[in-house]
Design a protein around this ligand. Sequence first.
Ligand code: BT5
Length: 325
Amino acid sequence: QLTLKDEILQRFLQANGEPISGQQLADEFQVSRTAIWKHMQSLQQEGYTFETIKKRGYQLVAVPDKVDFGQLKQLLTTERYGQQVHYFDSVESTQFVAHDLVRQGAPDGTLVIAEHQSAGRGRMMREWESSQGKGIWMTIIIRPEIAPHQAPQFTLVTAVAIVNAMKAMFKNFTPQIKWPNDILVNGKKTTGILTEMIAEENRIQALLIGIGINVNQQLEDFPVELHHIATSLAIEGKESIDRVHLVAQVLNYLEQFSDQYVKNGFTLIKKLWEESSCTIGSQVRATTLREVVEGEAIAITDSGVLEIRQANGVVKGVYSADIEL
Ligand code: BT5
């Protein structure tokens, strides 16, 4: 549900820089001009800048660099993904918030997004560095009609969506997928995906798709121990990036690809995945919870398992692992 303030903002965003008078807004929303003015003042405090154009009204001339859902809605072409947004300045982890929301019955496509996470996490409770205002830290709650054993494939579906969003927006670098859950640019990690499942018996209640994308950090924004493995899109693309557009693109592609996957299965996604992968054909060292498997990554199977041909010729399937290329 949009508040009046969000509606006013939407109206200015739709106006594309054209001025709108206070009276016009008051008439449209059937409130007083003072009410309109109060909401515009609080938008100003959030970093929106309005200019007064004589006899014509107010013009929106600058928006703050934050993930604003008034603006996000304009950019979405989705039916469900991102249509409900829970936006936070700071949370421990968007995954934790999403767990609570699932319990409260949040609908398919609900987005949880934060400017900062104080306890962002990766797989197996590893730390995920989520600095204020520089990245995209979000969880999408989805409720697909699939069996629990298909859940890991959603990490691959998500990776394909993110890579396509990046390719559509950025021409001066090429993102690559590293199985199972990383997107690399020039060999360094820009993005991590964390897929969690809430299931009962043979039914999925919800998948929580956590996505962390390093967007506008510079190297010094990362802790030293990440300098050799992590990078941001701004570092690789040599320009600062509008996060709202990227969030919208990711959600647009993600809804399209997950619907496609649920309807038609893994074949197309697998093909797209293979086209953007830097894993297949490489020598890898995969560390699973039980063992270390070394060899050439030769394929992913129809269920998303990575096949590795070892030096002795034996092919092993790996379900989840950390990969060194
Ligand atoms: C991941 O785990 O790559 C999944 C990361 C998911 C983060 C999102 S943010 C929104 C949502 N809310 C959360 O709390 N989490 C999700 P994994 O493959 O286990 O990789 C974790 C490892 O990546 C760490 O042990 C570090 O070595 C490294 N790392 C930590 N922060 C990083 C960053 N910002 N960029 C690149 N690498 C990082």
